[in-house]
Every structure is written in structure tokens, then in C-alpha cells.
Design a protein around this ligand. Structure first.
Ligand code: ATR
Length: 280
């Protein structure tokens, strides 16, 4: 069988998902296509309903439709329901089923880079930012049994909503950005989840990680550039770093698994993906 896959979003012409999924198909020795469905906001509902007439096996959903897609689905899995966003749809027996692989992709990429931190669930973690990405990552950290997950955000109310995803064991303190920048040495894992620092604004930084030390891991979900200003400073301070493009690969790996049932290794795609990104 040939898989019919794709991506729904707007704008998506620069997306790397076709490149990643073509590679996964090749590695899995499967036939298939991955088509871009670039749908303008004003015709979203109409175009999505039209897609139901096409025999798709599955598709990814990206900005700005991760919430809007939900009302067009037949079923939504528990993670996507909790984080209220869908980035992967499986089409099975005429039904559209929504999933979210952003948080799981983040966790997989972290486990690949730093497996040891999963041996100690009481490490101290802080998320910077409280948007959709932070929501997915916070939920995945909670589901993976981490207890101490603080959140720092410009608008603290947004962080309060994310904290509600915690369970009875989770301990979360919410900070303003200013409050936290001098206390970063208290954290084992610092996760930058906003788009601040992304090209073409790669000279921007949400906070200068003055107080990071060599015992911390600094993670940035921005992947263009691969080494953001935040990560450059972290490296200078001898902290360990975790790159955003690896999350991109692992969320695709999980989506591909949902569609095909095959878990394909992606470690060997990290470097080629970096080259693709650097070539843009
Ligand atoms: P995504 O869904 O990709 O995570 P988002 O929902 O727009 O994106 O979330 C953006 C996050 O980045 C938010 O936490 C936002 O802070 P607010 O909650 O205060 O809006 C944060 N953010 C974006 N630009 C920022 C900036 N220039 N300075 C500080 N925080 C910023």
C-alpha cells in the first residue's frame, strides 16, 4: 500500500515536515506521499471538510489550526484532549482521530540526548513561556512523573492555566520573567518554549541566562537558528544544551508511528536536518 500523508497549516511552504516524512517512509521501506495543504484562514472549515473526501491515511496539523481542527474530528485521544490541541490526525475506517505528539516528541528528544535525567524524577525544571508549546511540554513532563516544574512567563495568568494540568504530586511555582533570571542556578533543566530568538529575530533573547551553571541543561525549542542566543550563552557558561530541531524529528517519529505502526529511528537524521535548516 502507498501511504497518503500530509500537513495542514498556513503558511507552510517552508515546512520541513515533507523532508522528514519522506525520509521516514524511505527508512521504513514504505511507499507514500506527503502533501502540503496550505489553507487560508477564511476557508479553513470548508477546505477541511473537502479533505474528508480524499483517501488520506493521516496528516499533521500546524499553526494556526491545532485547536480549530478539533471540531472536525470523530475522536480525540486523551493527551490531545488534556492539552486542547491536535498536531496529528489518523484517518482510520472513515474516522478522523486526533493526537498530540508535541509533548511526547519533546520527551523523546530529551531522553535521546540526556537519558540519565529520567532516572531522577525529582530534578528541578523550569519552563520559560506559557503558550501552546509550553502546555504540551508541561503535560508530558507531568505524565512522565517529574514533580518540580516551575513556570516563568510575561503574563503569569497564562501560566496558571498550564499549572492546572499538574496532578497531586506536581509542585509548580509561577514567576514573572524578571523574578527568575537571577535564580536559574536553582534548576537542573531550563526549557525555553517561546518563539523569542527565532530567525529573523535571532539577536533576541527572552532572558539572559546569567546564572546557569555547568550542572544545568538548557533546552530551547527554537530551531532556526539551531544554536539560539540562549544556547550560545548557556554553552559559554559550560551548561549542557538541548536543541529544538531534535524535538521536531521526534514528534514526527511519533506521528509516523501512529499512522504506520512502525517506530523508525531518527538519530541519523539529526545532522542532515541540521544541514537542511542551516541551508535556509
Ligand atoms: P506557541 O503556541 O507556539 O507556544 P504562543 O501561544 O503564541 O505560541 O505562546 C507564546 C509564548 O511566548 C507566551 O508564553 C508568550 O508570553 P505571554 O503569555 O505573556 O503572551 C511568550 N512570548 C512571546 N513573545 C514574547 C516576548 N517578546 N517576550 C516575552 N514573552 C513572549
Amino acid at each position: 500500500m502507498a501511504y497518503s500523508l500530509g500537513l495542514v497549516g498556513h503558511p507552510i511552504s517552508h515546512s520541513l515536515s515533507p523532508w522528514i516524512h519522506q525520509n521516514l517512509l524511505k527508512k521504513a521501506v514504505l511507499e507514500g506521499t506527503y502533501t502540503l495543504y496550505n489553507i487560508p484562514v477564511e476557508s479553513f472549515s470548508r477546505e477541511i471538510e473537502k479533505l474528508k473526501g480524499i483517501q488520506l491515511d493521516g496528516f499533521n496539523v500546524t499553526v494556526p489550526y491545532k485547536q480549530a481542527i478539533m471540531r472536525h474530528l470523530d475522536e480525540v485521544d486523551s493527551t490531545a484532549k488534556r492539552v486542547e490541541a491536535v498536531n496529528t490526525v489518523a484517518c482510520r475506517n472513515g474516522k478522523w482521530i486526533g493526537y498530540n505528539t508535541d509533548g511526547s516528541g519533546y520527551i523523546r528528544s530529551l531522553r535521546d540526548a540526556y537519558p540519565d535525567i529520567f532516572l531522577n524524577k525529582s530534578i528541578r525544571i523550569i519552563l520559560i513561556g506559557a503558550g501552546g508549546a509550553a502546555r504540551g511540554i508541561y503535560d508530558a513532563l507531568v505524565q512522565n512523573g517529574f514533580y518540580y516544574i516551575d513556570i516563568a512567563n510575561r503574563t503569569t495568568d497564562h501560566a496558571v492555566q498550564i499549572k492546572e494540568l499538574g496532578n497531586t504530586f506536581t509542585e509548580t511555582t509561577i514567576y514573572s520573567l524578571d523574578k527568575v533570571k537571577n535564580g536559574l542556578d536553582g534548576y537542573d533543566l531550563i526549557i525555553q518554549t517561546t518563539s523569542v530568538g527565532m530567525k529573523p529575530n535571532d539577536n533576541e533573547i527572552i532572558m539572559v541566562p546569567e546564572k546557569v551553571t555547568e550542572s544545568s541543561i538548557v533546552s530551547d525549542i527554537v530551531y532556526q537558528p539551531i544554536c539560539t542566543r540562549m544556547l550560545q550563552i548557556a554553552k559559554r557558561k559550560k551548561a549542557s544544551v538541548h536543541y529544538g530541531h531534535t524535538m521536531l524529528l521526534y514528534q514526527a517519529q511519533h506521528a509516523f508511528e501512529i499512522w504506520t505502526g512502525k517506530q523508525i529511528t531518527v538519530e541519523d537524521l539529526k545532522e542532515p536536518l541540521q544541514k537542511q535548516l542551516e541551508g535556509r
